[in-house]
Design a protein around this ligand. Structure first.
Ligand code: GDP
Length: 470
């Protein structure tokens, strides 16, 4: 990977000074880890570590764990009893010397050990700085570095599997292969521009187009996988809409009771709201504006409907709840009229009561609908199947690399657009210099995914999403 390509911006700031952070969550736990990485990691650890057998961290073989005490060097006070993992460069996460001090997992031992490390020559690490070093030192490309965060934040097993595959380089390999082919194509074209009259075994326009078509096919396949992939990573925003008293809260509670699988903070948002997630068929489903929906019970009908309409606009999918035991109200009709058929499921609730609803009679086309009773808990499995079907309609979830990150989708689309322009222009009279520009643009877009050409502000945005210590 050509790190130096963007190195003028990022690498100038890159040093190998020693960084340190608490890498485990703050709170109480069996073990907590203070991690150091950099030039002086071993030396700093030696200053504060005392082993009963007088072992030195700097002279210990790599990839060993040693037992001892973290001790205040000036007073000899023992801060904690620890195990220290020693990992010497280059076979480490950051490719630098790494020391991990395994302390007791309470806030105080961890903070005191960190403070001691900082007083003895380390600097407090910024968010994601260890992973940033792994990236800058060529241990991970950018797509892999982003996958680290996705593995941590994954909400369902399927999402976690996709992230691990990306971390292993599954996606990177495919992007790199497409890049290689583009580089070859660009080289042919540029040789032709430089030496047009020489026979350099250059490809004919037709052969070039064929190669470009092959590349565009592979990019298209990756883009297609993102329909499923992005849902895995970001969750599907589902709105439960409907007029008051149709059973929105009851249905939500019934679903949560069934499937309360995920409770998480949404990464990257400033609101510190714990949101409700459901795991439905492996898809993380985020119920939108749950608090709002609950409040609606006490709100005037007009306000309730206004909120439903707004949620319907913003959601990826809408569960429009109707009360099967009553005829359609004017409000129901208004909501049905505003629903987009491709992402709405009509949920006819209160199936345990005598049914009076008649959607088609009211002049609406049959839409996907499911009958449930939130009260009795019936029909929920069919509803969940319908949710998965509607979420995935036509979206593939093959077992090879899945694109889960919207940043990658955006770059893939950019690359594909340039290659498509190349293909169209190559069959016309466009001068080869212009054709080469299209190929270069496509190369840059793919390079952005791997971090070979990514501008520094984007890099910074990516790494600041990480927690400190990762
Ligand atoms: P919301 O205003 O849309 O959130 O509706 P609620 O969930 O508060 O329900 C309104 C009323 O309908 C409550 O009295 C619920 O007990 C009742 N209800 C909800 N679902 C069902 C159902 O499936 N069957 C029956 N019989 N009653 C239900």
């Amino acid at each position: 990977m050509a790190l130096w390509y963007y190195g003028t911006v990022a690498l100038n700031n890159h040093t190998d000074d020693t960084i340190a952070a608490i890498s485990t969550p703050i709170g109480r736990g069996g073990i907590g880890i203070v991690r150091l990485s950099g030039r002086d990691a071993l030396k700093i650890a030696d200053r504060i570590f005392v082993s009963p057998k007088k072992k030195k961290i700097s002279t210990s073989p790599s990839h060993r764990i040693v037992y001892g005490h973290i001790t205040e060097p000036s007073t000899g006070e023992i801060i904690d009893e620890v195990m220290v993992s020693i990992m010497k460069a280059p076979r480490t996460y950051t490719r630098e010397d790494i020391v991990e001090i395994n302390c007791h997992g309470g806030a105080l031992p961890l903070r005191r050990v960190l403070e001691l490390v900082l007083r003895n020559g380390a600097r407090a690490a910024g968010p994601g700085e260890f992973t940033q070093r792994a990236f800058l030192n060529g241990r991970l490309d950018l797509a892999q570095a982003e996958a680290v965060l996705d593995v941590i934040n994954a909400m369902t097993v399927q999402g976690q599997k996709a992230a691990v595959e990306q971390l292993r380089g599954g996606l990177s390999v495919k992007i790199a292969a497409a890049r290689e082919e583009l580089i070859e194509l660009t080289a042919f074209l540029e040789a032709y521009i430089d030496f047009p009259e020489e026979d350099i075994g250059s490809l004919t326009a037709k052969e070039m187009t064929q190669r470009a078509l092959k590349i565009s096919d592979s990019l298209r396949e990756l883009i297609e996988s993102s329909g499923y992939g992005v849902i895995l990573r970001e969750g599907l925003r589902v709105a439960i809409a409907g007029r008051p008293n149709v059973g929105k809260s009851s249905l939500l509670n019934a679903l949560l009771e069934h499937d309360r699988a995920i409770v998480t903070e949404i990464p990257g948002t400033t609101r510190d709201v714990i949101e409700e997630y459901l795991n439905i068929g492996g898809l993380p489903i985020r119920i939108m504006d749950t608090a709002g929906i609950r409040e609606v019970e006490d709100l005037a009908e007009k306000e309730g409907v206004r909120r439903s309409l707004r949620a319907m606009e913003e959601a990826d999918m809408v569960l429009l709840i109707l009360d099967g035991s009553s005829e359609l109200h004017e409000t129901d009709i208004e909501l049905i009229g505003k629903a987009k058929t491709e992402n709405t499921i009509f949920v006819i609730n209160k199936s345990d009561l005598e049914q009076k609803i008649d959607i088609e009679g009211a002049g609406f086309k049959p839409a996907p609908s499911v009958m449930v009773s939130a009260k009795k808990g019936t029909g929920l499995d069919s509803l969940k199947e319908k949710i998965v079907e509607t979420a995935l309609h036509g979206k593939t979830c093959g077992n090879s690399a899945v694109v889960t990150n919207t940043r990658h989708v955006h770059s893939l689309r950019k690359a594909l657009a340039s290659i498509e322009s190349f293909i169209t222009e190559a069959s016309g009279k466009t001068p080869p210099e212009f054709l080469a520009v299209e190929l270069r643009d496509a190369l840059d877009a793919l390079g952005d995914i791997l971090g070979a050409t990514t501008p520094e502000d984007i890099l910074e945005r990516i790494f600041t999403k990480f927690c400190i210590g990762k």
